[in-house]
Ligand binder design. Structure first.
Ligand SMILES: Cc1ncc(COP(=O)(O)O)c(C=O)c1O
Length: 395
């Protein structure tokens, strides 16, 4: 059995070499080839146990080890302090839309929402089930194509928390720092009122760049984009928030239950958590020449997205990027051709060329190329070349 160990480098996956195509799906997204190959072995027989990962009890020694390493590696990647818990929950990021207010927001206190896209709007809607909420900002006026400055956000007097979404998967915008009028692509958070916890939906950009979880009270992310397989949602939560009690809740809806029971109060999604564990080892293995793994991944993501943004910006106006240049996402590049007919043609022809799943979300139209951590640079290069060629033939 081969094992993924730090030092393993991502191979350049090409359609010709592996029989696979470049998958630009927004989620579930592509996984590293090494991870997929390890899964193939472990589904049959994991760690020499004679039993596959799908068949082991969640109380068995093999899973004890998988889980312990998964927690340990997640913490290692971000150097997470001991006053933060890592939870593996179910119900997707969507369930966090009600779990966050249910656990953190008293009925008579507001929570503030910064709605920069479709998913952030969903979060706001669900929070209303638990009483008053305040929309501190919305970018709806410009079809969610931008990210606000701090001056544009209006907080309420005393919110229980502020909720944001760091990467807007559908509209292709991401919070990041701007310095000297240029994108640094580094993590940026809004300036929230002192002492108010920041809650972040990081589903589509977690671990795509260095992240400091101590800036947040709670972060959640569905695993199926940058962390692993659908079926589990990672929650990073500060101690005081994990034990906060604002109302009576069923046992399985409390963060505290998952924090106390090592995320296995019942039968957990063993396979999805195991895949996260492999992806965490893959992330750690990306460290290079003394540079932190997330720095290396971030630089690669900047290069990857840069190839595609360059194809848009140098197309003489053929391609139109949907996001404001200062709000551009490194994970999801959204763009349109001059007409909806050409959008359709592009989607058909790119799929036929082995560049899959680029049709934009129904609420945004156009195209969306999702290039999560596991998308190789070769895929982005192939896409940029294809876009240039398409613009030449159809312009
Ligand atoms: C930013 C963001 N939040 C939430 C969701 C919903 O995630 P799930 O399907 O895990 O509930 C998605 C899904 O694409 C997303 O991109």
């Amino acid at each position: 059995m081969t094992t993924l160990t730090p030092g393993t480098k991502s191979s350049a996956v090409t359609p010709a070499a592996s029989g696979r195509i470049f998958n630009f799906s927004a989620g579930p997204g592509c996984l590293p080839e090494e991870v997929l190959r390890q899964i193939q072995e472990d589904v049959f027989n994991i760690k020499g146990s004679g039993v596959g990962i799908l068949e082991h009890s969640h109380r068995a020694k093999v899973y004890d080890r998988v889980l312990a390493e998964t927690f340990e590696d997640f913490r290692k990647i971000c150097n997470l302090p001991s006053n933060y818990h890592v939870l593996f929950m179910t119900g997707g990021a969507t369930s966090q839309n009600f779990l966050v207010p249910a656990n953190l927001k008293p009925q008579d206190q507001t929570a503030d929402y910064i709605t920069t896209g479709y998913w952030a709007e969903k979060s706001l809607e669900q929070a209303k089930v638990y009483g008053a909420v305040h929309e501190a900002f919305t970018s709806k006026d410009k079809n969610h194509s931008y990210i606000p400055t701090d001056e544009q956000i209006r907080y309420s007097a005393s919110p229980a928390y502020v909720h944001m979404c760091s990467n807007n998967t559908i509209f292709g915008t991401e919070w990041h720092e701007i310095a000297g009028g240029k994108n640094t692509w580094r993590e940026r958070i809004p300036k929230v009122p002192a002492g108010v916890p920041l809650v972040c939906d990081m589903s589509s950009d977690i671990y795509s760049r260095p992240v400091d979880f101590t800036k947040y009270g709670l972060v959640y992310a569905g695993a199926q984009k940058n962390l692993g397989a659908a079926g589990t949602t990672v929650v990073v939560i500060r101690d005081d928030l994990a034990s906060k009690k604002v109302r009576e809740l069923p046992w399985m809806l409390k963060y505290e239950t998952f924090a106390k029971d090592e995320s296995r109060p019942n039968t957990p999604p063993v396979f999805a958590i195991y895949v996260c564990g492999l992806v965490f080892k893959w992330i750690l293995a990306q460290a290079q020449g003394g540079r932190h793994c997330l720095e290396v991944i971030h630089e690669r993501n900047i290069r990857k997205a840069g190839l595609v943004y360059d194809a848009i910006d140098t197309s003489g106006g053929f391609w139109k990027g949907c996001a404001h240049p200062h709000a551009r996402s490194l994970m999801n590049v959204t763009f349109k051709a001059p007409t909806p007919e050409l959008d359709d043609k592009f989607c058909k022809e790119s799929t036929a060329a082995g560049l899959d799943a680029m049709k934009g979300h129904r609420s945004a139209g156009g195209m969306r190329a999702s290039m999560y951590n596991a998308m190789p640079e070769a895929g982005c290069k192939a896409l940029a070349d294809f876009m240039r060629d398409f613009a030449k033939k159809n312009g």
